[in-house]
Design a protein around this ligand. Structure first.
Ligand SMILES: Cc1ncc(COP(=O)(O)O)c(C=O)c1O
Length: 435
């Protein structure tokens, strides 16, 4: 948790100048709260570290796609790395110019390809030769030339959770690097494509420089090989993946990545793109949740809170560890070891096991730290619980940027077919035979 953003005053946790307990009172829980200045500080740190290098940042929208977050980032001169038509539309809506948008979806539909072409995005990061052919076909129909970069699978294993490693041979992403020259020749020969570069992304929450160095090295080597064949590339997109501190990790300092890049780039005339998601926004967010019940099970104390895997999926999906702390520290409460569990009917719905916390009870508030990335973005309405609301803080201002999505609003979009009557009777018997 970033001390300059989240700090205590008289035992109460604040985000910048705003009392978090007051926000929970006003907007209810579960509630995501983000600090605008923490986001800006992170981006500026990266820009400063890479100053003087031909590098641009395209923020991975998937980490936190909120329009307000995107707008802050657009103002910082950041572009967007998108993986769907929806993300492209969000980025544009937030003021990110199409020529700063890369589109890296694993399964781009024809409609999404058309959208990218019509808007004139910077490049399509292409996953396969089949996809090259598809983009070529659609660009031809529209009378355009599509700028493409081939996503290479460098076969590099980064030490991270299995489900967020993306650069090993067995992962579904990209074209195996030894097959890349052939695919580049194909891209270069297609009439409606312009091969502008190569792309890779080896995974997320990586806290070691070595796998980046290995993967980037392969991409630079490939670019040299192609150059020697007369295939000139404009840029390399080196993906994201920079880890943050959830517990005691030592993330790679952006300055070390910049020094590596300066060394690898040498005198080559290539532009570079990075696609950080987590590194820009993770530390800027907390999730506020309220204790509903205390309980003991098999000798273990449980705190049952109102946020679960519906609000924050990372613990169950990635075995992720998030710091959990009281929003108002009770001054004389004894410490105890508890499991903090959510309300969802799944045994896996545990936010943190074996946490040392002051003794808390009903209505006390907890803050779950470092949830600005892949938090609200992955929230669902599972168990028909309302999706969490979101608040953005700047100084002593705080605004609700997403009201809670209530079950009534979700139900209002559902339709019961006319052939099911009020009693649930299916007209004509509904025995499975065609009428
Ligand atoms: C292609 C691509 N680029 C960038 C990212 C962002 O990764 P991170 O949030 O770890 O920086 C992802 C995340 O999955 C990705 O798939």
């Amino acid at each position: 948790m970033i001390a300059e953003t989240f700090h205590r005053q008289a035992g109460r946790l604040f985000c910048e100048g705003v009392d978090l307990a007051a926000l929970a009172e006003r907007y209810g829980t579960p509630l995501y709260v983000y600090s605008a200045s923490a986001i800006r500080r992170r981006v500026r740190r990266f820009h400063a570290a890479f100053a003087g290098l031909p590098v641009r940042f395209c923020y991975a929208v998937k980490a936190n796609p909120h329009l307000a977050v995107l707008r802050l980032l657009a103002r910082e001169g950041v572009g967007a790395d998108t993986v769907s038509g929806g993300e492209i539309r969000r980025a544009v809506q937030a003021g990110i110019a199409p020529e700063r948008i890369v589109f890296a979806g694993v399964a781009k539909s024809d409609e999404e390809i058309r959208l990218g072409l019509e808007l004139g995005i910077l490049q399509f990061n292409v996953e396969s030769r089949e996809e090259l052919a598809r983009i070529d076909l659609i660009a031809g129909r529209l009378g355009r030339r599509a700028p493409v970069a081939l996503r290479i699978n460098p076969d590099v294993a980064a030490a991270t959770h299995d489900k967020i490693a993306t650069g090993r041979r067995r992962d579904k992403f990209g074209i195996p690097w030894e097959k890349a020259p052939e695919a580049c020749r194909e891209a270069n020969g297609r009439p409606h494509l312009q091969l502008v570069g190569l792309h890779l992304h080896i995974g997320s929450q990586i806290t070691d420089l070595a796998p980046f160095e290995q993967a980037y090295g392969r991409l630079f080597h490939l670019a040299d090989q192609l150059q020697a064949e007369g295939i000139h590339l404009k840029r390399l997109d080196l993906g994201g993946g920079f880890g943050v501190r959830y517990r005691d990790e030592e993330p790679v300092a952006p300055e070390r990545v910049a020094a590596l890049i300066a060394r690898l780039l040498g005198q080559r005339e290539l532009e570079l793109i990075f696609e950080p998601g987590r590194a820009f926004v993770a530390e800027a967010g907390v999730l506020l949740t309220r204790v509903l019940y205390r309980k003991e099970s098999a000798g273990q104390k449980l705190l049952v809170v109102d946020a679960g895997m519906d609000a924050l999926l990372r613990p169950v999906l990635y075995d992720a560890w998030h710091e959990i702390l009281p929003v108002v520290a009770p001054p004389h409460a004894p410490q105890e070891t508890v499991d903090v569990v959510g309300p969802i009917c799944e045994s896996g719905d545990v936010l943190g096991r074996g946490r040392r916390l002051p003794r808390l009870g009903r209505d006390d508030l907890l803050a779950i730290a470092t949830v600005g990335a892949y938090g609200a973005a992955m929230a669902s309405g599972y168990n028909s619980r309302p999706r969490p609301a979101e608040v953005l803080v700047a100084g002593d201002r705080a605004d609700c940027i997403t009201p809670r999505l209530e079950p009534e609003e979700v139900m209002a979009r559902e339709r019961v077919p006319a052939w099911i009557d009020r009693d649930g009777e299916v007209a004509g018997g509904g025995d499975g035979r065609a009428a």
